[in-house]
Design a protein around this ligand. Structure first.
Ligand code: ADP
Length: 433
């Protein structure tokens, strides 16, 4: 339905009314009086409808406007149409909001919609349960005022939301939460909190189990190894088949011993037992000692081992962990590089970072294996790793150590040409350079 009121038709109507009034006035000999009365009636009629319209707009609860004929009827109809369209749109919008809320309520996670200034706009019931958000009294509050944990403040300040942040639930200390923030819409942020208590408990159990078993295996292995060494070094010569049997036992026990040792290091690094002991570490001296040890222990392979160390470049860290990481990379280069190969160890400043690198001209690593070699127990060539005494844990240890030191590992390797393992450490102002 479409109604158009043109100037022409308005003037025509007005002129018709005025002409009829003039004609009627002329008939009774009172032209001016009748004309004035007609204009007054017309004015009253318009004012009457204007008042009706104002009353309907401001005081009436009725959806439909007052009824009328003529031009005012058309105005009321138009207004009614617009109100109906508006209500329909609102209904659709409400339906969409309801669907979104139902979806958010069905989530197993606590969900909050925040403004770009991190004030709360909306939250689901789970958010009220595990984050202690009160609805609606907490609407408009900044999220940091309600989740008061130093690690959460740091997370917000850092502004890097690619990784989650872990906290304990503000309402129940037994619930461990994993928090994630992500941009949502044009200027909103979606905040998700997941209960990861079960996963954490399982992870802790696995870690404790590995640490305990490794610890318990250490003593029997040392005893067996001691006895085997004693038998092998006894003055009375053993019969050849016994000699061979005991040598094999010694080799295998040594391998197990190394594996258990690596597992213990990995558990210690994973548990982050030393996390309070961060201090300035004399890296040049630490690396120098490792290179000397490696050269001394691997004389048989006659590698050309060179070291290129910046003597005044110290960093803040945990020296036992840093030693473990560097030693693993150096021993890998030596283990996988054939006789007379070259190994270069370097410790230098690179921009605003301190770079440790171990480069060899060994067999290299195929591109498809490069991303996997830091996985626990991953070995490219199992039989070769067995020969080198490898356990597949060395690079996992390196990865965990780097996590504690805010450092990154890069591997550059060309199959058949050699590999370079690079670690970049952030240099802080207080690091001595
Ligand atoms: P492993 O104890 O077996 O050496 P790592 O975790 O230290 O375990 O290394 C994983 C795998 O990565 C090794 O099995 C080996 O195949 C490969 N790798 C590591 N370093 C080198 C290297 N310098 N050259 C070639 N391959 C390497």
């Amino acid at each position: 339905m479409y109604f158009r009121l043109s100037v022409k038709s308005v003037i025509t109507r007005l002129l018709t009314i005025l002409s009829v009034s003039v004609f009627f006035g002329w008939l009774i000999g009172q032209t001016l009086l009748v004309l004035c009365i007609s204009v007054l009636v017309l004015l009253c009629w318009h004012y009457h409808h204007l008042l009706k319209l104002i009353k309907w707009l401001w005081s009436s609860k009725a959806l439909s406007p007052p009824q009328s004929e003529g031009v005012w009827g058309k105005i009321y109809d138009g207004l009614y149409r617009q109100t109906r369209q508006h209500r329909q749109k609102q209904k659709q919008l409400n339906e969409r909001i309801r669907k979104f809320r139902d979806g958010a309520e069905a989530l197993p996670d606590a969900a909050l919609v925040l403004s770009d200034e991190l004030t709360i706009l909306w939250g689901n019931k789970k958010a009220q349960r595990i984050l202690g958000i009160r609805w609606p009294s907490d609407v408009g509050q900044r999220i940091e005022n309600l989740i008061r944990f130093p690690e959460f403040y740091k997370y917000i300040d850092a502004g890097n939301f690619e990784q989650p942040c872990h906290i304990i639930s503000p309402v129940n200390s037994e619930i461990q939460l994993e928090l994630r923030l992500m941009a949502y819409g044009t200027d909103q942020v979606l905040f998700l909190a997941r209960d990861v208590s079960k996963i954490k408990r399982l992870e802790d159990m696995r870690r404790d189990f590995v640490a305990n078993v490794s610890h318990e295996l250490k003593t029997p292995l040392t005893v067996v190894r001691g006895y085997v060494e004693m038998i092998l070094t006894t003055e009375h010569a053993l019969e050849p088949h016994w000699q061979k049997a005991f040598s094999t036992i010694e080799t295998q026990v040594s391998r197990m011993d190394r594996l258990v040792e690596q597992l213990l290091i990995l558990s210690r690094v994973e548990n982050h037992a030393d996390h309070e002991k961060k201090q300035l570490v004399d890296m040049p001296r630490l690396i120098h000692t490792l290179v000397d040890d490696a050269t001394w222990l691997n004389q048989a392979k006659q590698h050309k081992i060179t070291a290129d160390l910046a003597d005044d470049l110290w960093i803040e860290g945990i020296d036992t962990e840093l030693k473990s990481a560097c030693a693993n990379l150096i021993s890998n280069a030596i283990a996988y590089t054939p006789e007379h190969g070259r190994v270069n160890v370097s410790w230098q400043r690179s921009g605003n970072k301190a770079r440790f690198s171990v480069k060899d001209n060994g067999p290299g690593i195929r591109p498809e294996h490069v991303n996997r070699i830091t996985e626990r127990f991953f070995r490219v060539d199992k039989s070769r790793s067995r020969d080198t005494g490898g356990s597949g844990l060395g690079l996992s240890i390196v990865k965990h150590v780097l996590l504690h030191h805010n450092a990154e590992l890069a591997i550059e390797s060309h199959w058949g040409e050699g590999s370079e393992f690079i670690i970049d450490f952030e240099l802080l102002d207080k690091d001595l350079t």
